[in-house]
Design a protein around this ligand. Structure first.
Ligand SMILES: Cc1cc2nc3c(=O)[nH]c(=O)nc-3n(C[C@H](O)[C@H](O)[C@H](O)COP(=O)(O)O)c2cc1C
Length: 194
């Protein structure tokens, strides 16, 4: 008689962001090329990801790539009529659980710190009361500049979570601070605010 097959316990994969809707803002940093991996990791955790891009971000990664990887329409234009919403920025600001800007360029941070709302991405951040997480990525001198640091301090004071950049290889060839934080750290921070 055959001995019973050992039961393999199905490992429970923790989908810590199950059912969560994340609005991912991509701005003009070289680190935008990594957005595909971040989307993949967020989706693996059960999140739904919708992307908004600044005009400049499109130099670093295409809307087509983000649409294919996220499985959702990518929003780039404030005034587009090709959306299911009457008012795009307020609807996107309200219907997501978290707003994540990754990468957040120095320019984007400066615009947010100044309270500007001159494109779809900045307008969404101003219009939301949901948790906002910002993952800066830039050259180390840009990051350490007193104006960037002042902007980050102001943004923290406004209640935004800053996901600090790490030391790593920068596009200028240096190993220095300014490298975007890894996606596991980003996911960990999202979990903390939900
Ligand atoms: C090759 C290249 C790489 C760049 N990388 C960065 C970067 O990592 N971080 C950053 O803050 N700006 C970077 N910039 C500059 C931004 O693209 C520029 O400040 C732009 O105005 C940002 O616009 P946005 O914030 O509206 O997306 C880079 C520019 C070039 C040409």
């Amino acid at each position: 008689m055959k001995s019973p097959r050992p039961r393999v316990k199905k490992q429970r994969l923790s989908k810590s962001l199950s059912g969560k809707k994340i609005l991912l803002i991509v701005s003009g940093s070289i680190a935008a090329y990594k957005t595909g991996d971040l989307i993949h990791d967020l989706k693996t955790q059960g999140a739904s990801v919708t992307c908004v891009m600044t005009e400049c971000a499109k130099h670093f990664v295409t809307p087509l790539v983000l649409r294919a990887l996220s499985g959702h329409k990518v929003y780039e234009d404030f005034f587009s009529s090709d959306t299911p919403y009457d008012v795009l920025h307020t609807s996107l600001a309200e219907e997501h659980d978290v707003i994540l800007a990754a990468p957040a360029s120095a320019n984007f941070l400066a615009r947010l710190a100044a309270g500007m709302a001159n494109d779809l991405a900045s307008c969404i951040v101003l219009a939301t009361r949901k948790p906002v997480l910002l993952a800066p990525a830039m050259n180390d001198q840009m990051y350490r500049h007193m104006l960037t640091q002042a902007n980050l301090k102001k943004l923290k004071g406004a209640g935004y979570q800053i996901i600090e950049p790490i030391e790593g290889h920068l596009v200028c060839g240096k190993e220095a601070v300014g490298h975007i934080s890894d996606s596991q750290t980003v996911i960990g921070k999202i979990r903390q605010v939900l």
